[in-house]
Design a protein around this ligand. Sequence first.
Ligand code: SAM
Length: 273
Amino acid sequence: MDATRTPGSLVCVGLGMTLGSHLGPLARSHIEQADVVFAGLSDGIVELWLNKMHTDVRSLQPYYREGRSRMQTYRQMVDAILTEVRAGKRVCGVFYGHPGVFAWAPHKSIEIARSEGYPARMEPGISAEDCLYADLGIDPGRFGCQHFEASQLLFYQRRIDPTAYLVLWQVGLVGDQSLARFSTGPAYKQVLVDVLARDYPLGHELIIYRTATLPIQSPRIERVVLGDLPQADIGMADTVVIPPARAMQVDHEMRARLDVLDRAMSDAVRDVG
Ligand SMILES: C[S@@+](CC[C@H](N)C(=O)[O-])C[C@H]1O[C@@H](n2cnc3c(N)ncnc32)[C@H](O)[C@@H]1O
């Protein structure tokens, strides 16, 4: 790095999911103090709102193009961000939700900036995951909660625990091996159903969930049975939540080991007393 130049820096912040109500004061101050702001947002109205906070907001949205691999799109976004950091600017990347949740470009930009010696960090935001716990009344600590990118369940052999909640992201794109499509259809969702049917009955009820991005909206909370998922209308902004289908099983062997430890502990306490 040239020591005479103003050192560039990068911070990636989350705008949260709902316009207005989710932006924290620290993220807002990063936006206001940046030289350049890059915006990876899902909603044009939210982008207009961000434009009011800074005079140089550059949308990352035009990089998306149907038919072009999303990996290429993400690399172009990273290049655009890093170009300004290398030019000595204080750069703020603003992403909807949490900038580090199912978001490749913010993590990669920070990794590269740091490897080149620039200060770079991430500030958390309120993600779709946070919203679904509130809107659906789910406590992930009750039965546990697995999260998967839906296509991963098709591309790889993953282990699902049907005694926990299962949250599936990007179901609207499930099975897209090209990474270049904006949606896949019922036949692809049927493959997902076939995978899920190894662990869940076809009559098991799932929730199609979309949190409100504007304060005037209500969340989408639609229940369908697994067997009907291929016909369900699932878009880019929907998340599928599968409640547990089975009760947790007691692990008798581990309980017995713990009993032995408990007895040893109380014997030790008694001996000391
Ligand atoms: C690329 S990820 C971005 C997630 C985002 N960074 C966050 O913090 O939630 C896109 C996926 O997030 C979920 N998602 C996006 N918008 C949503 C919304 N309004 N309600 C529920 N889930 C949403 C969907 O599963 C969608 O396929």
